[in-house]
Design a protein. Sequence first.
Length: 123
Amino acid sequence: MIPKFRAWDKKGGKYLDPSCVSLTGDGKVHCIQSGYALVTGDEMSGRVSIEQSTGLKDKHGVEIFEGDVVMCQNDRLHEIMYSTSGETAGQFAYSHAQEMDYSYHMRVIGNIYQDSHILDNTE
């Protein structure tokens, strides 16, 4: 699988066109997009959040990315995140540290940037 990414512009409040964003080996972000001119390196790295695809699709065929909010079969909402510790380290997991599986039961209903309010009352 070839990794896929998307980029959220924190300042502009929108996802950037993936064809206009590149990552360097040391994690710096470069962007050439209409309205951005040429923004590179450290300036862009603090401004953009990079999210990786999990490689899975929800029950409607929508690709699931890190940062997405999904509704599971039990109507519980979860943020999708890349786990760096515990049993799920190195895997994509739900916000409540469960290993992510059974994506065919999930439905992407938003993301943490545009729809953060839907997670406010889920704890």
